[in-house]
Design a protein around this ligand. Sequence first.
Ligand SMILES: NC(=O)c1ccc[n+]([C@@H]2O[C@H](COP(=O)([O-])OP(=O)(O)OC[C@H]3O[C@@H](n4cnc5c(N)ncnc54)[C@H](OP(=O)(O)O)[C@@H]3O)[C@@H](O)[C@H]2O)c1
Length: 275
Amino acid sequence: MGLMSVLSLYPEPGAKRPLRGTYLSLKLHERASAGEVHVYGNFIVSLDGRISVWDSSLDDQQVPRSLANARDWRLYQELAAQSDIMLTSARYFRQLAAGCAQDLLPVADGHGYEDLREWRREHGLQAQPDVLILSASLDIPLQALPGDRRLWIVTGADAPEQRVRLLEHAGARVVRCSGPHVSGAEIRGLLEDQGYRSAYMIAGPQVHRTLLMDGAVDTLFLTHRFRLLGGSNFHTLLEGEIGSPRALQLCTLYLDCEPGFEQFYAQYRLSGAPR
Ligand SMILES: NC(=O)c1ccc[n+]([C@@H]2O[C@H](COP(=O)([O-])OP(=O)(O)OC[C@H]3O[C@@H](n4cnc5c(N)ncnc54)[C@H](OP(=O)(O)O)[C@@H]3O)[C@@H](O)[C@H]2O)c1
């Protein structure tokens, strides 16, 4: 697969550049003001708004092969490379344990990603970002948990104490929020208290809603793949009430020109979000 090229449409229309490095040059780990954390999310989405569709062979939601692709994955990895911590859902770990998810959030693993491993070293980031899991149920298979980095699990005030103890015994740090649901504001507070400077949200619509509700998403990266998927059982990138509509400002927009991989890579800043 060639790595040339993407065409900038905004803010510099007409400039061509290699795909590689397009997001790595953003320095997301340096975006936050002193004492704060920069939270950014990323989705690949079809033109009819799907991030996942029902897969009857897996009996679960899945990002379809017609949507996922290697060039978007390169940018996903560039975003991950800039993170101190990745924010994800308990459901991801249940899918992982059932063999229905990609491997355990490895950043820059394997051939072709050596530059990202080197980039983390050069910029003083640990080899792999820490992981934070949101869960109300605490139904998280212990065998699926990462053992090579710090693991946070954030849950509600009423979460079952026995599950808390099991997860702590397995090495996780479990934090209860003040209410029955995990709150985005409390997650942001935890991240800032712990000195995290960049946090990469890679979960689905509920985690996104949780963070967005409390103004805890600063930047959204969306790959708009030129596909229509249809179907009636699917997820979109945000589900449930968010109080009031949020405005987004376009920061950068690229068109991927590689034949067979045509898609837009958009970066939006959330504005007017309560803090
Ligand atoms: N196309 C893409 O870019 C993309 C990106 C991400 C995900 N996806 C797909 O979208 C689908 C859904 O992803 P997901 O499962 O990560 O979605 P999600 O809707 O973000 O996560 C759902 C789970 O997270 C926990 N959770 C979320 N908000 C919470 C809160 N406020 N308080 C307590 N717990 C909370 C709950 O865990 P408990 O049930 O344990 O309480 C819940 O079951 C998957 O098929 C995934 O592959 C696609």
